[in-house]
Write a protein that binds this ligand. Structure first.
Ligand SMILES: [Zn+2]
Length: 97
């Protein structure tokens, strides 16, 4: 078995470990519901990506949970409408480019 010829100092060890640390993840705001989500990924809260519904988030929920979620989503949309930026529509997207 290979045996180290010389002991490494604390300094050398710490320098080696200099790049080992956790980074804080980057978040962006969902264009549909406004929650913090990871960029370039489908929003897990509303199932939308680039203004198009990709996942039906209500599918797996029970009736009681569905009702609660629908109410929550309506509230968020109303909040966004107040701010003056409603949900993205395809016509709006095509006009801007
Ligand atoms: Zn969302």
């Amino acid at each position: 078995m290979a045996v180290p010829t010389q002991r490494h100092t604390k300094s050398r060890r710490n320098k080696r470990r200099m790049h080992i640390f956790l980074r804080t993840p980057v978040f962006v705001k969902c264009s549909k519901c406004g929650r913090a989500i990871l960029p370039h990924q489908v929003c897990p809260h509303c199932g939308y990506y680039k203004g198009v519904e990709v996942i039906d988030v209500l599918k797996k929920l029970s009736e009681k949970e569905k009702k609660k979620k629908r109410k929550e989503m309506k509230l968020k949309e109303a909040e966004q409408a107040k701010e003056g930026r409603g949900p993205l529509s395809l016509s709006k997207l095509s006009r801007s480019s």
